[in-house]
Write a protein that binds this ligand. Structure first.
Ligand SMILES: [Ca+2]
Ligand SMILES: [Ca+2]
Length: 472
């Protein structure tokens, strides 16, 4: 079964590499066209500008600068004017895919996934944002057959340590001397779930949440942490957090909270809720593909441990999925999953691959609802983030690997999320078309849809019974 996963990851990588290798040599990709038939956006979402950066994957912010990674390397932007990011530097560093670039102190980490070639940890000095400098490219091993380290790397304690996802757990790298990393070994986590860990996020209480096939597991690091282990488990999802993939192989109804893998998380300080992406792009259609989820974290209400998890099981509150993922039919070629998101107050902005950026109201975590959307044509959205330089929380950067960074403005009535009406996006007809993998588009000059149908052994020409298109 593990082999199937590796095969799938390889196919996923291969299709993106096909797309990336056909990228135009220059960054002359046009802005998202104003063609009203090509762009789906709710009335409260405006496109301010679009910055060409094809192959873009992720971002982090520090001191008025944004550090973005694409398959081509690192690009730094000055975001002191959040509505108009200005490029200040580039560090060419081809890699794949470093899903969740991270930084701390003067260090930024980029990883190369062993599932593509071999696991590499690139350590970069960002003390001068205008001239990021590669300190070392640390070899971690692994290969596309057996898998291995590097799908994501996360900074712990301001990048004093790197936590690298590595199949059964987390490989800890000591960065006391960032130019000479020291491998402390792999430490197993129940988030592995007999398949893989996926990422680590540090929450508002300093707890490190590891997510993967086995669910979500929060660790508390001991004082004076030395990198020998992952600390103490203080919270963990219940049995519903376990992946059902090996029982259903992507052909169940997709209603489980973990049909493939738990992908990334976000919890504010002392919160009784953790937000989690379920990533799932394994099914032949889009029904039940990856979702946004809220999970209840039992926390102490008072006393010295106030806000810390009690150790009771973390349980599902709600799941939200797009119109397409609910309606249930689409081309096997469509990438339907939820992906990385960010939170400002009670608003979540989430990248959703081909389904663009979705804005969700999480005021009531038991009843998540959509309050805005931005779906450009041929989208391949890896993430959406609120720039911290925008005190209003109305500007969102949408990281779309098909073309670059879309700078969006979300307007809320009276600035209050609860006043925003619930909205429903149309389903793009192109999602019902046959696979376009490898077929250059008129618009961008390259193919940006990732198809997995061939990998599943399905006939891409098979025409599923399509329901009429639901209109908003
Ligand atoms: Ca991370
Ligand atoms: Ca699902």
């Amino acid at each position: 079964m593990g082999v199937l996963l590796v095969i799938r990851v390889k196919a996923f990588v291969a299709t993106l590499v096909i797309a990336a290798s056909a990228l135009p040599a220059s960054t002359s990709v046009a802005q998202v066209p104003s063609d009203p038939t090509g762009l789906l956006a709710s009335e409260n979402v405006t496109l301010l500008t679009s910055l060409p950066n094809p192959g873009i994957i992720g971002a982090r912010f520090r001191d008025g600068f944004m550090y973005t990674t694409s398959v081509a390397g690192l690009t730094v932007y000055d975001v002191s004017d959040p509505a108009a990011p200005a490029e200040v530097s580039r560090l060419p560093l081809p890699h794949f895919e470093n899903e969740d670039v991270d930084l701390g102190g003067n260090i930024l980490l980029i990883s190369n996934d062993a599932a593509e070639s071999t696991g590499i940890l690139h350590v970069i000095d960002i003390s001068d944002p205008g001239a990021p400098a590669l300190l070392t490219s640390f070899q971690m091993g692994g290969n596309p057959i057996s898998g291995g380290p590097g799908h994501t790397v996360s900074c712990m304690l301001d990048c004093r340590f790197a936590w690298v996802t590595d199949i059964s757990g987390i490989r800890v790298i000591d960065l006391a001397d960032p130019s000479q990393p020291v491998d402390k070994g792999i430490f197993e986590s129940p988030a592995y779930g007999e398949a893989a860990t996926h990422d680590v996020q540090v929450d508002g209480n300093g707890l490190a949440w590891v997510v993967g096939f086995g669910g979500a597991v929060a660790y508390k690091l001991p004082k004076g942490y030395t990198g020998d282990g992952l600390g103490k488990i203080v919270a963990q999802t219940d049995e519903r957090g376990l992946s059902t993939y090996f029982e259903e192989l992507g052909i169940g109804d997709g209603s489980n909270p973990n049909d493939f893998i738990l992908h990334n998380s976000y919890r504010t300080r002392n919160s009784g809720v953790v937000y989690i992406t379920e990533e799932d792009y394994t099914r032949p259609g889009c029904k039940g593909a990856g979702s946004f989820e809220t999970w209840k974290v039992p926390v102490y209400k008072k006393g010295p441990k106030k806000g810390m998890p009690t150790g009771e099981q973390v349980t599902l509150l709600d799941q939200w999925a797009t119109e397409l993922n609910v309606a249930g039919a689409a081309s096997p070629a469509a990438m339907c999953s939820a992906h990385y998101f960010d939170v400002r107050g009670k608003v979540v902005a989430q990248g959703w691959y081909e389904q663009g950026t979705r804005f969700l109201d999480v005021s009531n975590p038991a009843d998540v609802r959509q309050i805005g959307y931005f779906v450009p044509p041929n989208s391949l959205n890896w993430a959406a983030y609120f720039p911290p330089t925008d005190p209003t929380g109305s500007i969102v950067y949408s990281f779309d690997a098909s073309h670059g960074i879309d700078v969006l403005k979300l307007s809320l009535p009276g600035g209050k999320v609860r006043n925003a009406p619930t909205v429903k996006a149309a389903i793009r007809p192109e999602w019902f078309a046959e696979s376009t993998v490898g077929t250059p588009t008129d618009l961008y000059g390259f193919a940006c849809r990732l198809g997995l149908a061939g990998d599943l052994g399905l006939d891409e020409d098979t025409d599923p019974d399509l329901p009429p298109l639901p209109l908003p």
